[in-house]
Ligand binder design. Structure first.
Ligand code: AHR
Length: 321
């Protein structure tokens, strides 16, 4: 073989090797295992859509599991993500406590965990790398502050409040109750006369409000619901009892979903405190940073507002969920 032919062959071989390298070592897409609470509310549906769309946009493979509001399903999903060796586990915990064991398993397997939407109560904060979500205590305070302001219209009247709590043991239920109570605490004219869970659903909200109305009747002046869906269910119960929601009974809720804006426009809901479900893009960014070994904030708080009925019609066209 002449020197020239050898050079041509060697060049061709090198070109073939170069061509095959990128496909053989192409970067694998990031894989996130995500355990969602369920599909209990309009908020949750928007949250799921946001997470799925953001993953798709970033080329991230999302393994999605719906826990149907059950902690045991979330524990199973997390264990299955560990077995599948996903790059990151993210989840929105149904309840706050009972996570130490499974999160230790994830840590032992070297899989970073990101909390989204709801917090956990764990003895070792290194069991998760970051928590992205709202300040639920502040949301409760905002609901309370709205009522305190409203009460100034008739300062001598006693207002009897019924409270529809979210899922028992969940961070938003515990914190929204706490924040609201903190604000009304020093006010003897604002009294919570009944408080029960409606599990964040319309059906339960209606059912529990029916029971409140049966027990207390016209004594009820205010309904404080931990989310819009329960408030919307309760509004139906109030109407069926022959009363006017928004007038005979003031209705305060949390989330700011389109359904709440519609209820405000029709005069049946007085105020909604915003809780932003569009967490997908930020979650994907945190996951990418964690895998790239970049520093990530331990806590990312979502920015939110308060929307009273007076601004509902103007704000409605801007609402994204
Ligand atoms: O964790 C967020 C809460 O969960 C939302 O307020 C509620 O609508 C949802 O079900």
């Amino acid at each position: 073989m002449t020197c020239n032919r050898r050079t041509v062959l060697a060049t061709a071989l090198a070109a073939a090797v170069t061509l095959s390298v990128p496909s053989a070592f192409a970067a694998k897409p990031l894989v996130i295992g995500f355990s969602q609470v369920g599909a209990e509310s309009e908020w949750r549906t928007a949250n799921t859509v946001s997470i799925k769309e953001a993953a798709k946009k970033e080329g991230i493979t999302l393994k999605f599991a719906d826990a149907q509001q059950k902690q045991e399903n979330q524990v199973k999903a997390i264990r299955s993500f560990i077995a599948q060796r996903v790059d990151v586990i993210a989840f929105s915990p149904v309840v706050e406590s009972g996570w130490d064991t499974v999160l230790r398993e994830a840590k032992r397997a070297n899989i970073p965990v990101i909390l989204t939407d709801r917090a956990v109560n764990v003895s070792d904060p290194s069991l998760y790398v970051s928590f992205l979500g709202s300040d639920f205590v502040e949301e409760g305070r905002r609901a309370g502050r709205w009522l305190v302001e409203r009460q100034k219209k008739a300062p001598d009247a006693v207002l009897n409040i019924v409270e529809l709590q979210g899922t028992v043991g969940s961070a938003p239920a515990l914190d929204r109750k706490k924040g609201f109570e903190e604000v009304i605490a020093g006010n003897p004219k604002l009294k919570v006369i009944r408080s029960q869970t409606g599990d964040f659903t319309r059906a339960k909200g209606k059912e529990v409000m029916e029971a409140f109305l049966k027990a207390e009747g016209k004594k009820i002046n205010v309904l404080y619901a931990h989310n819009d869906d329960m408030a919307i269910g309760a509004i139906q119960a109030i109407e069926e009892a022959g009363l006017k929601p928004g007038k005979d009974i003031l209705v305060i809720s949390i989330d700011g979903v389109k359904g709440a804006f519609e209820a405000m426009i029709s005069g049946k809901l007085n105020v909604t405190v915003e809780c932003n479900p569009l967490l997908g893009p930020q979650l994907m960014q945190i996951a990418k940073d964690v895998v790239a070994k970049k520093p990530v904030p331990k806590r990312v708080v979502t920015q939110e507002g308060v929307f009273p009925a007076e601004v509902a019609a103007k704000e409605f066209p801007n609402r994204k969920y």
